[in-house]
Design a protein around this ligand. Sequence first.
Ligand SMILES: C[S@@+](CC[C@H](N)C(=O)[O-])C[C@H]1O[C@@H](n2cnc3c(N)ncnc32)[C@H](O)[C@@H]1O
Length: 262
Amino acid sequence: MSTPAFDPTKAYKRFEVNGAFLGDGREVALLEYVYSRPDLDQLRGNPSRVLQAIDEFARTHTGLINVGEIKGAIVCDTIAKYKPAIMVELGSYVGYSAILFGNALKKAGGKAYYSIEKSPLFAAISTSLVDLAGLRDTVRVIVGTGEEGIMRLHKEGVLEPKVDMFFFDHHKPSYTPDLKVCERLGLVGVGTVLVADNMIQPGNPAYMAYVRASVAEKRELDKESTEKGNPNLQYRSQFIKSFDPSGDEDALEITECVGVEA
Ligand SMILES: C[S@@+](CC[C@H](N)C(=O)[O-])C[C@H]1O[C@@H](n2cnc3c(N)ncnc32)[C@H](O)[C@@H]1O
């Protein structure tokens, strides 16, 4: 996949404001901004218009740590290619990726998009914007950490027979342990695709090493690890350079489970 150039006229404002990247009131301000727009009725049931409104806020008010248009397009292409029936996202924030990818999954004939978010406030904002976009039938936002959300959904039986695609975009050190939880529960199988964000900003060497390790290497590491996954899963992984929505270089790691070694 080639990296399209970044258009500076579309840049979000810098994410950092007085040392904060999120949670300083900007997310509630976004919600108020969206619901006070004069074109609100045209946003109802229209995922693209809701995303445009979120982008507009982040370009003119305060930056938001969304996946953004450029990396988002790469994930949408991946959804169109693999056509997941069930997709799970870890890290919903204000619902930008849930709306973008939930809509792409729906268009590709998919069934359900589960978006897990640790902050109850962000989860409420995400739920509200998903609802505004008309995606309530496809996207469900779950409050909890990645592990709690996965365990709860697994217990409900809604992730059967497996999860076709994951989007990891939450607490960076939790990517590998949360992936191992999914492996342990049997939610990763041949054909499952793992998409992981922020491979440059800020980077995630532990996760990259794990999805690129051979089965033999993982079996060896698994012996000493307290967090057990399924070391027998064979992954094929690709590093895809792109840009975050403020114009800084970033990358996605896209990994496919291609086999299970006996
Ligand atoms: C980068 S933002 C997600 C952006 C979103 N995926 C998008 O592109 O629109 C990361 C989110 O992960 C949430 N988070 C942090 N730790 C988490 C955890 N352990 N489990 C689930 N969510 C977590 C944060 O509250 C934040 O909303």
